[in-house]
Design a protein around this ligand. Structure first.
Ligand code: SF4
Length: 375
């Protein structure tokens, strides 16, 4: 199998990434939200300077695809004009922050997320590894526990705030006033304690002991994201996280957009969803249970097209089956284990059960028809 190329950094808008279909410009919406004018403006910019397609990433970021070296400067200028960029690439890289989409106006999350953004944006902040991230998961219940983050703010059984190191079952009691300084101190602890580890869970798994004041039990998440109406607006699914500019412009007419790591957007205050091609509004749609990366030819490392095969396999999934299809062993779209993973190789597809895209396969050299029989 050909080894996938490891880039060693998390791309952004100021440090974009070259892909098979051009430059990918990743926008990190501040506090996980786009105002209507920003969402509409991004759609206009992506139509003018990209290839008309955007992706919602597994960290709740928005990627404009198909940008060229010639169109990049004007795109960046447009994004800067709308207040969507950081001052420099280092701060952009460090501001790796997921925010619960279920925050309420006037609630603690609305205070904590900008305060953490501000702390991470200070010059001279900790030089955290590229994938290291934070989650402000301080809605009524935790919803981001399965999403990638290393330092989390959550609630304990009594509704108080706790600071959690990812990989630990316990957290430290904090307050609205102390939470951000404590989060930054935990990031410093990680940097001081680690050897080669780049993620908090790996550091704890290596035997590192958290400070003794991390003793408050975490609440286990029961939330399962599904499309539908919520008190805050409408949650809509996007097959494979893909978002044509027309869809983004259409959603922007409905309300502000809250990002999620689930290939879904929460459209604020929307009560009557537009009938837009590609939006998933039915919680039973099997495409919600399929994760597929960009694949070939738009990703230069892809060894096969992923999304056509995903559409072919989806109707054959059982109601509880979840499938990850990866264009190579890198597994970008779902870096963790999945019940079923199909990885493209130079010799057909590998099928991996309860593993990651790079794990040893149960079957190799499969065609799409072979996979349907094996599901
Ligand atoms: S996993 Fe998919 S998106 Fe990531 S490098 Fe491989 S083909 Fe490209």
């Amino acid at each position: 199998m050909t080894a996938p190329e490891v880039k060693g950094y998390c791309p952004g808008a100021l440090r974009p990434m070259q892909s098979g279909d051009g430059i990918v410009v990743r926008i990190r919406p501040f506090n996980g939200r786009l105002r209507r004018a920003q969402a509409d403006g991004i759609a206009t910019l992506a139509a003018a300077h990209g290839n008309g397609m955007l992706d919602l990433s597994s960290r709740g970021n928005l990627q404009i695809r198909g940008v060229t070296e010639k169109s990049y400067p004007a795109l960046i200028e447009g994004l800067r004009h709308m207040g969507l960029l950081d001052p420099d690439p280092e701060i952009e890289s460090r501001r790796n922050l997921l925010v619960t989409p279920f925050w309420q106006t006037g609630g603690e999350t609305e205070t904590l997320a900008p305060a953490l953004t501000e702390a991470l944006s200070q010059p001279g902040g900790p030089a955290l590894p590229g994938k290291f991230g934070f989650a402000v998961d301080t809605g009524r219940e935790a919803v981001l526990q399965t999403a990638s983050a290393d330092i989390r703010l959550e609630r304990d059984a009594g509704g108080g705030l706790i600071l959690v190191a990812d990989g630990s079952g316990k957290g430290k009691l904090v307050t609205t006033e102390t939470a951000i300084a404590e989060a930054m101190a935990l990031a410093e602890w990680f940097m001081d304690t680690r050897t080669s580890e780049t993620r908090m869970a790996a550091l704890l798994a290596s035997g590192a002991s958290l400070p003794a004041d991390h003793f408050v039990p975490r609440q286990q998440q029961s939330y399962v994201p599904t499309p539908g109406y919520t008190p805050l607006g409408a949650m809509v699914g996007l097959a494979f996280g893909q978002l044509p500019v027309k869809t983004l412009a259409s959603l922007a007419k409905q309300g502000g957009l809250r990002m999620t790591p689930w290939r879904m957007l929460l459209v604020e205050s929307a009560r009557d969803l537009p009938d837009v091609k590609g939006l998933i509004t039915d919680s039973g749609n099997p495409l919600l249970r399929v994760v597929a990366c960009t694949g070939a030819p738009d990703c230069a490392q892809g060894l096969a097209k992923t999304r056509p095969i995903a559409r072919k396999l989806a109707p054959h999934l059982g109601p509880d089956q979840m499938l990850h299809i990866s264009g190579c062993a890198k597994g970008c779209a779902h870096p963790r284990a999945a019940p079923l993973t199909v990885t493209a190789t130079t010799d057909g597809f590998d099928l991996i059960r309860n593993g990651r895209a790079s794990d040893p396969p149960a079957q190799t050299g499969l065609s799409s028809d072979d996979i349907i029989k094996a599901l």
